[in-house]
Design a protein around this ligand. Structure first.
Ligand SMILES: [Zn+2]
Ligand SMILES: [Zn+2]
Length: 255
């Protein structure tokens, strides 16, 4: 039984076979999926998917790439959506200085606004941090986000940074790049973070793990991330699956 803590099943890459992909996940022991929003529309679609499938849950939020579309009205609409039964977090939100698709001051402004939205609703957050380690950590601390829960998705930082996050009470989610040849840095992260603080994800349709790298990713491939973590930690696959599932259920407050 696996919990894919981050999948974009609403993405257009699944338009021709979405229901099949979801069925395949279920048949391959994926018993929970968290589908975060990336912009306003995809947040709406994430909620619709969560309302259609009992084992899918949603987060609503606007990704740093898309914050130029945001305004106060949209923030209010996100707040209303966040209070629906199947919505369990605000995300994905954060900063992306790698692709810099939106101006950095705007990224920060809406990152902070969405962190405050999460706080006001007593909800945890799903954080996207690409090449913005210092600003993300500083803002999370300033906004006291750790009190309501911080999940660092597709973690790509150092083991030192991972340790800082763990000390602050955050969870670290590991994606497909762990299975790539040059994964030394992320392997060290897995070695140094206790299993009780790890989650696994696909970030599908992106970041497909080996041996399917290069193809479209989907939730059933999360087992390859689980297997790699089990190998690194020298534990049984089943134990990795069970603990990461329990971590995600507790984090998202799923009964
Ligand atoms: Zn992301
Ligand atoms: Zn994502």
């Amino acid at each position: 039984m696996l919990f894919d803590s981050h999948a974009h099943l609403d993405a257009k890459q699944f338009d021709h076979d979405r229901d099949l992909v979801i069925k395949r996940a279920r048949l391959n022991e994926v018993s929970y999926i968290m589908n975060p929003g990336a912009d306003f529309e995809s947040s709406v679609e994430a909620v619709a998917l969560a309302e259609k499938y009992d084992f899918i849950y949603a987060a609503v939020g606007v990704h740093p790439h898309d914050v130029e579309t945001m305004d106060d009205n949209m923030l209010a609409l996100l707040k209303a959506m966040a209070q629906k039964e199947k919505v369990k977090a605000i995300g994905e939100i954060g900063l992306d200085y790698y692709r810099d698709l939106s101006p950095r001051p705007l990224q920060k402004k809406w990152f902070i606004a969405q962190l405050r939205l999460a706080k006001s609703l007593d909800m945890p957050v799903i954080i996207h941090d690409r090449d913005a380690n210092d600003d993300v950590l500083r803002i999370l601390k300033e906004e006291q986000a750790f009190e309501t829960g911080v999940l660092m998705h597709c973690f790509s930082g150092s083991k030192e940074l991972a340790r800082q996050y763990v000390a602050l009470g955050a969870y670290i989610s590991i994606a497909g790049p762990l299975t790539f040849k040059n994964a030394r840095k992320t392997i060290e992260v897995v070695e140094s973070v206790p299993l009780e603080r790890l989650m696994i994800e696909t970030d599908s349709p992106y970041l497909t793990p080996e041996p399917f790298r290069g193809k479209r990713n989907e939730s059933m491939y999360v087992k390859h991330v689980c297997q790699k973590i089990a190998d690194i930690k020298g534990i049984a696959y089943e134990k990795c699956a069970e603990i990461t599932l329990n971590n995600a259920k507790a984090y998202f407050k799923i009964k």
